[in-house]
Ligand binder design. Structure first.
Ligand code: UGY
Ligand code: MN
Length: 257
C-alpha cells in the first residue's frame, strides 16, 4: 500500500527508476493467461523493450517483436524453439535460466507453475551483410563462469550471450560484494535496462543518487552518467542489458529517428 501518493519511482529525461509498487500489468498481443509490466519502450525514448511478465499455469507469451531474450525470475517453464540451423529444441527453464531467440524464431514458452515470472527484452535486430546470423542460446546463469571486472574480485560479471558480433546486444549479471562499487562513473553511448535481482545499494543516475533494492528496474539512456555502490550485509546483483557490437552511426533503430 503506497503511503500518501509517495514512491521512489522517477522518470527523468535520461533515466527511469521504476519500483514494483508502480508496476501496472496488462496483457500484450497474443498473450494467454499472462500479463506484462512494461518498464521501458520506444515510448520513453529507448531503442528496446523490457518487461516483467507474470504467467499462470499454462500461460504463454505472444509473438516477439524482433529478437527476444528471456530470464526466469520465478517458477518453471517449458520452452520449445525451432532454430533455422539447430532444429527443434525442448527444455525446462527454472529461475536463473535464460534464452536468446533470434528474430523470426518459432518458439512457445509455457508456464508449468501456478505463478511464473520472466524478464523479457525485445529489440529490433540490426544485422549486416558480413555478419553471421545469430543462433539460439539457452543456458543457466549458474553454468556461466564469472570474471572480476577490471581485476576487482569483489565485482563479478557473468556474460550470458556469446562474444561474437552477430549479437547486437549483451546481457550480463553483475554481482557486488557488500561495499563493492563501480570503479568509475561511466558515461557511454550504450543504453541500459537493469533489473535488481538481489540486495541493494545506491545508484547514481545523471546528477542524482537513488537507494535501490531487489525488484527495482532502471533505464539509462545513452550518455546517462552512472555509478553503483553496494550496501548491506549480502551481495547485490543485477541483470543488465546494453546495445553492443554495432557502429554508433547505425546502432539506433526507430526510437532515435
Ligand atoms: O557494462 C556496463 O556498462 C556496466 N558496467 N554498467 C553499469 O553497471 N551501469
Ligand atoms: Mn554502463
Amino acid at each position: 500500500m503506497q503511503q500518501l501518493g509517495s514512491t521512489r519511482s522517477v522518470h527523468e529525461r535520461d533515466h527511469i527508476l521504476q519500483t514494483p509498487d508502480t508496476f501496472v500489468y496488462a496483457s500484450l498481443p497474443g498473450m494467454h493467461r499472462a500479463s506484462a509490466a512494461v518498464h521501458v519502450s520506444p515510448a520513453a525514448g529507448a531503442d528496446f523493450v523490457q518487461y516483467t511478465t507474470v504467467l499462470e499455469e499454462g500461460g504463454r507469451l505472444g509473438a516477439a517483436v524482433g529478437s527476444r531474450f528471456l530470464y526466469v525470475l520465478e517458477g518453471d517453464l517449458h520452452l520449445v524453439s525451432k532454430g533455422v540451423a539447430k532444429g527443434s529444441d525442448e527444455v525446462t527453464l527454472w529461475p536463473g535460466s535464460y534464452a536468446y531467440l533470434p528474430p523470426g524464431t518459432q518458439h512457445e514458452m509455457t508456464s508449468l507453475s501456478t505463478v511464473a515470472r520472466v524478464e523479457v527484452i525485445e529489440k529490433s535486430y540490426i544485422g549486416g551483410a558480413d555478419l553471421p546470423v545469430p543462433r539460439i542460446v539457452i543456458g543457466h546463469e549458474q553454468d556461466v563462469v564469472s570474471t572480476a571486472l577490471a581485476g576487482d574480485e569483489t565485482l563479478q560479471v557473468r556474460i550470458l550471450l556469446p562474444a561474437d558480433e552477430s549479437y547486437d546486444f549483451a546481457v550480463n549479471t553483475m554481482e557486488y560484494q557488500p561495499g563493492a562499487s563501480l570503479s568509475m562513473v561511466e558515461m557511454h553511448v550504450m543504453e541500459h535496462g537493469l533489473l535488481m535481482l538481489e540486495g541493494g545499494g545506491i545508484y547514481r543516475l545523471g546528477d542524482k543518487w537513488y537507494p535501490v533494492t531487489k525488484g527495482d528496474f532502471i533505464w539509462m539512456a545513452p550518455y546517462c552518467p552512472q555509478w553503483f555502490g553496494a550496501l548491506g550485509k549480502a551481495p547485490a546483483k543485477y541483470l543488465i542489458y546494453k546495445d553492443w557490437n554495432r557502429h554508433p552511426q547505425n546502432a539506433r533503430g526507430e526510437a532515435a529517428r
